[in-house]
Design a protein around this ligand. Sequence first.
Ligand SMILES: Cc1cc2nc3c(=O)[nH]c(=O)nc-3n(C[C@H](O)[C@H](O)[C@H](O)COP(=O)(O)OP(=O)(O)OC[C@H]3O[C@@H](n4cnc5c(N)ncnc54)[C@H](O)[C@@H]3O)c2cc1C
Length: 625
Amino acid sequence: MNRRSFLKAVGSAALLPILPRRLSASTNFSRRRPADAAWPSQSAWKQLNDAVGENLIPVEFPLSVLKTDPEGAAAQLLAKNLRNPYYIGDQPGLTETLGWVDAWATKPSVYAVAARNAHDIAEAVNFARENNLRLVVKGGGHSYQGTSNAPDSLLIWTRHMHDIEMHTAFVPQGCEQTLQPQPAVTLGAGTIWMQAYDAVTTKGGRYVQGGGCTTVGVAGLIQSGGFGSHSKHYGTAAGGLLEAEVVTADGEIRIANACTNPDLFWALKGGGGGSYCVVSKVTVRTHDLPEFFGPTNFTIKAASDDDYKRLIREFVSFYAEHLFNDHWGEQARMNPDNKFVISMLSQGLDAGQAKKVWQPFLDWVARSPQAYSIEGRVVIGSLPAQHMWDVQWWKEHWPELAFPNPNGSLLTGLLDYSLVHLIPQPVLNFDDRPGAEPNNAWWKGDGGQVGWFIWGFESLWLPASLLENSAQERLADALFASSRHSGFELHFNKGLAGAPPDAIARSKDTATNPAVLTAFALAIAGDAQGPAYPGIPGHEPSVAEGRKAAERVDQCMGQLRTLVPDPGAYVSESNYFEKGWQQAYWGSNHPRLAEIKKKYDPDGLFFVHSGVGSEQWSRDGFTKL
Ligand SMILES: Cc1cc2nc3c(=O)[nH]c(=O)nc-3n(C[C@H](O)[C@H](O)[C@H](O)COP(=O)(O)OP(=O)(O)OC[C@H]3O[C@@H](n4cnc5c(N)ncnc54)[C@H](O)[C@@H]3O)c2cc1C
């Protein structure tokens, strides 16, 4: 919808700012920093502390110990903890990504309100607005682009807001006449997806569409659009949102749903986190669980470049015929060393059905033993869907899964059964801090991103038209050409072409770039190093190497961009330096988002890098341009 027809549709009165304009919106307006004379006094901070139940905390920077006492026990423990996303998430002064070469490095706020409810959030919003402070909001802390940290700021930290309530028949407020009751779950804004899956799936026997990574926050993911392993069947996380409780820039606690503040509700569904308001609660629909989810994992090494090219062509054709449907999500990875890695997840198929799907492709590979070798095991399996996020179940059942009996559900390569007890449980890492919750676990596949420092990262939606017979060769050639520069992945669950009509309809009614609806996959290339931070001797980011890697990532994605006339990128998994980000992230939805931003936050209290309305601010969000 263009701006003119949008104005007509909603009535221009609806777009007037809802807030009285209190702050100077003129140029040269700057937010205050601690060194400024007008920084709030100690007594003003004390008043805020009283108003939020003494939950105003000075924010420490845990990495400081690496400078002050690098050899000490605390530094050693920190180095270990920087690999644990639960530790990082528990620190108001840290973020999952520590930084990005030439872009940003994580920095603590001056103070944080460790909010317990919407009232605490409203107090913090009012204080920041009235004192001209830079405000920042953090939930799970998984922003790649550093949008949940800012130095010299006041942080609203929702980590402790993780109440969960299941509903059998939820009706959004004010929608009693228009919407049918439906099963749903209400999640505090600081809930991470593992907590949601534990309540909804493991304990509740139902499905909720969240993220693949267990430690991502619910409010951040939904505002990103949000994909999980099975989004090809259920659609985006944003598409599942039924209602949000929010605090707007005027400090009012409001409800946003299809009937109340519907424009804000729509913006929250994929319009980007931290740009419109602070979310205190979300209510999302739940679905019946399928009987099975199932992993498929294997790696094929091609003997030569030509063999690799043939393999990619075969896979493209195989994917189009056998996998391009709502049963199959997650990834295929292509690497410069001619390795082809499948890490996919199915829903609704038992192991026998899944194996049958893959057999023609594995047979094709087996027919050319000179050209292709399988590295390690081929795993094609299934597990009861209710146990997908059941940590205890994984701990008890993994040997049976990895080493099947003759009638078992997994295909494996040759294995020495005597080694069973020597091989660790294969899929999850655990939080081993004393007193940690037993469900604190994360997929090993996400472990490389914990505490990393990014060198380069880009994404691009690939339209399903590239899977047509006439286009397959062009697609395969571009995939091969991309793989010469850098490893990259096709995330099939992050493109919704092939999804059922109801999932498409829900996801269409969101702010995410409509390119997602007709894409068969999101291509992602990235490179990074393990924990590093500027100014810490021995742990400095490798800037020169990082710049070269970023170039390789860009060249890799450049090959794929030649296939797509209007390249779109996923807002939360994209380049910090994305050119034309308004179009790339939101496509034709951007003008409507810009109007909603003006209506609910006319003075730009909420600022994030490359967020809607951020063009009007300096890169650090302090100075109005
Ligand atoms: C290891 C890893 C794995 C990932 N896996 C996936 C995946 O499987 N699928 C996927 O779609 N994405 C994935 N992402 C991207 C992730 O979903 C987004 O970065 C998401 O925005 C993170 O939300 P968060 O709450 O964890 O992060 P935060 O950094 O806390 O927040 C992200 C943004 O949302 C804002 N925000 C957070 N809480 C609120 C709130 N209550 N109100 C208003 N604004 C808020 C923040 O200000 C920030 O701008 C992954 C990221 C990482 C690091």
